[in-house]
Design a protein around this ligand. Structure first.
Ligand code: PMP
Length: 458
């Protein structure tokens, strides 16, 4: 380690609290310091090059160091570095971005509210839905339906919607009324059913829950079209249209959390389009700015908007908003980022490269520790487990963590979530990048399989 990075590491170990990190382990082991990135690659302080196989945190659509995004930020910094949008104030980039998002979105999701993060956006969704139902004179209609392994963020309301134990345990969550339904993962939860039978059971469970709780108490159903952070879980055939029909039948709002899926990840502009449903509310972030700037957006239908707007007329205001809602630099970067995605046909590229990636990854099914390879477009999960029974191999998460560490040594950054290794590369990937990524991951799995054999896990 050189002198500068060594002193940075010591300082980091002494002062920083890292998200999603074992703090004591970090004090012992220190950070991996990333100094710069270009295209699909990032570089650490030792000068090592990695393919960023997770696009940062599922988010860098246009790749690293895209000069047009830097220039868009600089131009906006010169023109107006900050202004807010409270109390009728407005500025050009946020006006244009809201209009652009309304045009891109399916259905009549024509109204847009900006936040800084996906978590804040989902907290805002909860508050908007509650505000709407109070306005409509049905104050008992407040509960949410979500799914186990769903990820919607970590703030108090969003963290409650998330269906992962690590986000609840010892945080006293859930703190809002939410019921977590079965995770729609056929291989793991299918109980010997066909995919169609599994879908039918999930829909029955959803309807039974609505009826048991009382439809007049259920406000909204929230879900990611393809689950990301819970382990890249693709839904079974017919699941989303079935959920959408139930929401309609019982007057329940359908919220699509497109924070990972949105802007091309699945090879379609939004994930809901890939799975044939139109939500009442849609949340986007991450690839909206390629994460160069923090920004998220909530898009709501005219019907939802009207109910909320009528109430603000009565109350005199909508008592909700962030200092940086619609930040001019973030929204200017988002506009340029969306322009690049369109001009370079990155959604088409995601569809084409996605097919190649999914095909190449299938070969990993030959590895003795791999239970399932799944994915759609440019997102994939390779789960460690026994193929036939979906039982775990070794202690929870240990083998997937070993694959992740080995991949890093092979020059590939991916992510381990429980027993799954996830890939979600930038949308600009080429055939050559995909091939290299899969080769490096294959070597990582081979090394872990050898170790698992030596340890007696297989
Ligand atoms: N929703 C989904 C689907 C996400 O994947 C994430 C972040 N991984 C969030 C919400 C929360 O976003 P943030 O980390 O920006 O708060």
């Amino acid at each position: 380690m050189n002198k500068i990075s060594n002193s940075l590491a010591i300082s980091d170990q002494a002062h920083s609290i890292h998200p999603y990190t074992n703090m004591r382990a970090h004090e012992r082991d220190g950070p991996m310091i990333i100094t710069h990135g270009k295209g699909v690659h990032v570089y650490d302080s030792e000068g090592r090059e990695y393919i960023e196989g997770l696009g940062g945190l599922w988010s860098v659509a246009v790749g690293f160091s895209e000069p047009r995004l830097r220039e868009a930020a600089m131009r906006q910094m010169d023109a107006l570095p900050y202004y807010h949008s409270f109390a009728h104030k407005a500025h050009e980039p946020s006006i244009k971005l809201a209009e652009k998002l309304a045009h891109m979105s399916p259905g009549d999701l024509n109204r847009v509210f900006f936040t800084n993060s996906g978590s804040e956006a989902n907290d805002t969704v909860v508050k908007m839905v509650w505000f709407m139902n109070n306005a409509l004179g049905r104050p008992e209609k407040k509960k949410f339906l979500a799914r186990l392994k769903g990820y919607h963020g970590i703030t108090v309301a969003a963290g409650s919607l998330t269906g992962l134990p690590a986000n609840h345990k010892d945080f006293d969550l859930p703190a809002i009324p939410v019921t977590h339904l079965t995770c729609p993962h056929h291989w793991k939860n299918g109980q010997g059913e066909s995919e169609a039978e599994f879908t039918a059971r999930l829909l029955k469970e959803t309807e039974d829950t609505i009826l048991a709780e009382g439809p007049e108490t259920i406000a909204a159903f929230i879900g990611e079209p393809v689950m990301g952070a819970g382990g890249v879980i693709t839904p079974p055939e017919g699941y989303w249209p079935g959920i959408a029909a139930l929401c309609k039948k019982y007057d329940i709002l359908l919220v699509a959390d497109e924070v990972i899926n949105g802007f091309g990840r699945l090879g379609t502009t939004f994930g809901c389009q890939r799975y044939d449903f139109t939500p009442d509310i849609m949340v986007v972030s991450k690839q909206l700015t390629s994460s160069y700037m923090p920004l998220a957006a909530i898009m709501v239908s005219e019907q939802v908007y009207d109910a909320i707007a009528d109430n603000t007329e009565k109350l005199g205001t909508f008592g909700h908003g962030y200092t940086a809602s619609g930040h001019p630099v973030a929204t200017a970067v988002a506009l340029e980022n969306l322009a690049i995605i369109e001009e370079r046909d990155l959604i088409g590229n995601a569809a084409r490269m996605g097919e190649l990636m999914q095909t190449q990854l299938k070969a990993l099914e030959g590895n003795p520790i791999v239970g399932e390879v799944r994915g759609v477009g440019l997102i994939a999960g390779i789960e460690v487990g026994k193929k036939d029974t979906a039982e775990a191999i070794g202690p929870m998460g240990v083998l997937a963590k070993s694959v992740y560490m080995n991949a890093q040594e092979e020059g590939l950054i991916c992510r381990n979530v429980y027993d799954t290794v996830a890939l979600c590369p930038p949308l600009i990937v080429t055939e050559d990048d995909i091939t290299q990524m899969v080769e490096r991951l294959t070597r990582a799995f081979d090394r872990t399989a050898e170790w698992a054999k030596a340890e007696g896990h297989i």
